[in-house]
Design a protein around this ligand. Sequence first.
Ligand SMILES: Cc1ncc(COP(=O)(O)O)c(C=O)c1O
Length: 341
Amino acid sequence: MTPTYPLRRALAQTPTPLQPLQRLSAQLGGPRIWVKRDDLTGSVLSGNKVRKLEFNIAQALDEGCDTLITCGGLQSNHCRATALLGAQLGLTVHLVLRGEPGVEADGNLLLDYLAGARVSCYPRQRYQADLADILRGWRDHYRQSGAKAFVIPTGASDEIGIWGYVRASEELAGDFQSHGISPHHILLATGSGGTQAGLSVGCHLLGLNSAVVGMAVCDDEAYFQHKIRRDLQLWQQRYGVAVDLAQVEVNVNDQYIGPGYAKAGGEVFETIKLAARLEGLVLDPVYTGKAFHGMIEEIKQGRLPAGGDIVFVHTGGIFGLFPQRLQFRDLWESEKTHHRE
Ligand SMILES: Cc1ncc(COP(=O)(O)O)c(C=O)c1O
């Protein structure tokens, strides 16, 4: 069943390709792995966020807002996408970021500044304790100066942003049909839960036989079960979608978080190298590399069926790779051995 969509501003380059990873699948000897290339939703807008922001920004424009306020870590992909979309649409963008900026802006933060976003950084503890107040304070500040600001929560993972991946589920259903496959699993990185929420309910509404599994990159399963189910309830209340949410499966695997958010162990960096060399697929250490590593481990340990097809949703994040470049130091150091004197 297809739900009635709210307003959407077309901003993403879609549909994105669904491609098989033949060499990696053969090497692992498990299911055939496909990748949904949502890293190709736009060259600098890349990733999952733009699909959600199509709905959040449409809502902001409909309410007559001229300013977007949003928040995240210093290397937030979501903030970078918002900064660039705001510039594209002539909107002011104010980013509330967690952490102290380094001496040099790198990766996503560099793009935030390039796009002309206003950036306010808050130390971790203050950010965690006062985020709602900080966002409200900035919204009031804009109101007092005659502007109208729209606040988009972390990762655009709210009842509005959910639509982005409900819509993507329809795209996936079309991909499955054209490739003649019926994947038993769809895996993706879960950071604030909105992508997973949209895919889980979208696949349910379409009657797809694919279990959607979020590979947590920061918080544990209990946190995401609660967050995703609460966002789905708010979504249903707001839009009155006829679906029995109790029937929607929410599957979270929190076994591969490693040392913490934006911190990955050596095995994740090895997986990133493997995907780049074997398949020309570039992953990042914060989201997709961690989730992809988890997927490979699940296959190796026989926790995913050995036959059939599975899909990994590549949610973007490439700019998060560069600030962690020193983790790959061995590559250029060992390259020296290929040079002749
Ligand atoms: C590249 C990338 N992949 C995956 C995610 C996770 O998506 P979500 O926040 O919807 O869980 C994010 C953001 O958090 C991201 O930036």
